[in-house]
Design a protein. Structure first.
Length: 221
């Protein structure tokens, strides 16, 4: 499932006749940016990745984690059940509001801010995409057969050689790796930035100036 996101980025760039671009993101966006930078470095000028190296294949997703880490992924196991699918479909806005609060415990977002993103949860494909993504990670759903070769490349956890800035907020309540764990995966010019002030998982929205500055800086090191 995640392979489609990566191909979509390349197709989108082709449609706009953009040969190379600086890619930046967090969560699913950071994972997609990481993979594009690793697999298509000639299309990637530079990279800004919140929470660093998030490239992982289906096999990696099958490996058990320590109990505390598994607890942080509670919703992944919930989504593996039909009860979870029905519950998410019925309560998607309340569910995601809870995830926002858990992932960014010090971010006092207001209802208007949340509503801007929550409108996207009404997309008719939203539940199918979310459920398939998490089930695919656990090997409970099949991916697109035509992307089998890309799957194999991703599963090898390729290094990223383009200029990169990784970032992390000091109050990220979502599952995320420590910077030292992924440092060796970046083989080009590299910098890590810790952002303080109670910044949680959604760093681009919680600390937009710091995120924008990283995008400006990464290509001019």
């Amino acid at each position: 499932m995640e392979d489609v996101d990566n191909i979509d980025v390349i197709d989108f760039m082709d449609a706009l006749r953009i040969e190379r671009a600086t890619l930046a993101g967090f969560d699913w966006g950071a994972r997609t940016a990481d993979i594009v930078a690793a697999i298509w470095p000639k299309r990637t000028t530079a990279l800004v990745a919140v929470s660093g190296y998030l490239v992982s294949g289906q096999e990696a997703g099958k490996a058990p984690l320590p109990p505390e880490a598994e607890l942080q992924w509670w919703y992944q196991f919930y989504f593996a059940t039909e009860r979870g699918r029905a519950g998410y479909d019925k309560n998607r806005k309340d569910f995601n509001r809870l995830i926002w609060k858990l992932a960014s415990p010090k971010w006092n977002f207001d209802e208007a801010t949340y509503a801007q993103s929550a409108a996207s949860f009404d997309n008719p494909d939203h539940v199918d995409i979310v459920i398939h993504n998490y089930r695919w990670r656990l090997g409970l759903a099949q991916g697109e057969a035509r992307y089998a070769d890309l799957d194999r490349q991703i599963a090898a956890a390729p290094a990223i050689g383009v200029p990169t800035i990784t970032m992390e907020g000091d109050a990220n309540g979502a599952p995320h790796p420590q910077p030292a764990a992924y440092r060796a995966k970046f083989t080009g010019r590299y910098e890590h930035r810790d952002i303080g002030g109670g910044i949680g998982h959604n760093l681009p929205q919680e600390a937009p100036a710091a995120f924008a500055q990283a995008v400006l800086d990464v290509g001019h090191g």
